[in-house]
Design a protein around this ligand. Structure first.
Ligand code: NAD
Length: 258
C-alpha cells in the first residue's frame, strides 16, 4: 500500500537518497530543504518518475517551529496522514569551543536536534490515530563518539539518541517505532567539496585525503553510500522491523567498534 513519507533536508545527499528509496517503492514523498527552484523541480520530477505516488516539496526552514509544523500539516492534509517521518536535515561547523560562534551553536542545535522534536510533536498525533507509524532519526557516529572541534554537532547527535529512546518508550504501545541511524562518513556534496581544498592544503592526492584524513577513523577506509542508508531506512519502515524500537543502527564501516 502507498505510504506517505516526510524527509527533512532531502534536496541533497542522504535525505535525497532516502526519498529516492521510498519513491522507488511507490510511496508519496514530501521533500524539504534548500536549493534553487529549478533544481528542486528537477528532483520532484525525477522522484515522481520513479514512483506511482506523488512528490511534494515544502520549503520549511528547520530553525522555525511554525514552518516545521506546517510541513507536517501540509503532508497530512495532502495525503491523509504521515506514515514515515525521517528527520535528516543537518549542518556542521568545525571550531574549538572558545571560538565557536554562538549563533552557529544555536543554529546547529535547532536544525540537528530541536527540529526533530517539532516534527515529531506534529506527526505523532497522526500516527497514533492510525495506530501505525515509523520515525527514523538520522544521527551519526558522532551520536556515539566525539571528535574535537565539533561540539555543537556531537552534542546535538548525542541528544537525538536520547530523544529517540524517550519517544520510543512513549509510543511503545501505539504501533509507532522510533529509531536512529548512525552513519559514518558518506560522500555527500558537502564532504566532496572539502576534498580538493584539503588535498591542496596538505600536499596530498585526493585519494590520500579520503583514506588518510577523512576515513582515518573508519576501519574499512571506504565511504558509506547514501543509497545504503536509504536501504536501511526502508528496512526500519517495514513491517519486519515492528519490534525494532528505541535503538540505533550503526552503518559506519566499523568506526564505533574501535
Ligand atoms: P547535505 O549537506 O548533503 O544535505 C543537508 C540537507 O539539509 C540539504 O537538503 C539542506 O538543504 C538541508 N538543510 C540544511 N539546513 C536546513 C534548514 N535550516 N532547513 C531545512 N533544510 C535544511 O548533508 P548530508 O551529508 O546528506 O547530511 C544529512 C544528514 O546526515 C545530517 O543530519 C548529517 O548530520 C547526517 N550525517 C552525515 C554524514 C556524512 O558524512 N555526510 C555522516 C553522518 C551523519
Amino acid at each position: 500500500m502507498k505510504r506517505t513519507i516526510v524527509v527533512t533536508g532531502s534536496t541533497s545527499g542522504i535525505g535525497l537518497a532516502i526519498a529516492t528509496a521510498f519513491a522507488g517503492k511507490g510511496d508519496n514523498v514530501v521533500i524539504n530543504g534548500f536549493g534553487k527552484a529549478e533544481e528542486i523541480k528537477a528532483i520532484t520530477e525525477r522522484l515522481e518518475s520513479l514512483s506511482e505516488g506523488r512528490a511534494l516539496y515544502h520549503p520549511a526552514d528547520m530553525t522555525k517551529p511554525a514552518e516545521i509544523a506546517d510541513l507536517i500539516e501540509t503532508a497530512a492534509k495532502t495525503f491523509g496522514t504521515v506514515d514515515v517521518l525521517v528527520n535528516n536535515a543537518g549542518i556542521q561547523h568545525v571550531e574549538k569551543i572558545e571560538d565557536f560562534p554562538i549563533d552557529k551553536w544555536d543554529q546547529i542545535i535547532a536544525i540537528n536536534l530541536s527540529s526533530s522534536f517539532h516534527t515529531m510533536r506534529a506527526a505523532i498525533p497522526h500516527m497514533k490515530a492510525k495506530k501505525h507509524g515509523r520515525i527514523i532519526n538520522i544521527a551519526s557516529a558522532h551520536g556515539l563518539v566525539a571528535s574535537p572541534f565539533k561540539s555543537a554537532y556531537v552534542a546535538a547527535k548525542h541528544g537525538i539518541l536520547g530523544l529517540t529512546k524517550t519517544a520510543a518508550l512513549e509510543l511503545a504501545e501505539s504501533g509507532v517505532t522510533v529509531n536512529a541511524i548512525c552513519p559514518g562518513y558518506v560522500l555527500t556534496p558537502l564532504v566532496e567539496k572539502q576534498i580538493p581544498d584539503t588535498a591542496r592544503a596538505r600536499g596530498m592526492t585526493e585519494e590520500q585525503v579520503k583514506t588518510e584524513v577523512i576515513l582515518k577513523a573508519q576501519p574499512t577506509h571506504e565511504f558509506v553510500k547514501a543509497e545504503e542508508i536509504g536501504a536501511l531506512a526502508l528496512y526500519l519502515a517495514s513491517d519486519d522491523a515492528r519490534q525494532v524500537t528505541g535503538t540505533h543502527i550503526s552503518i559506519d564501516g566499523g568506526w564505533t567498534a574501535a
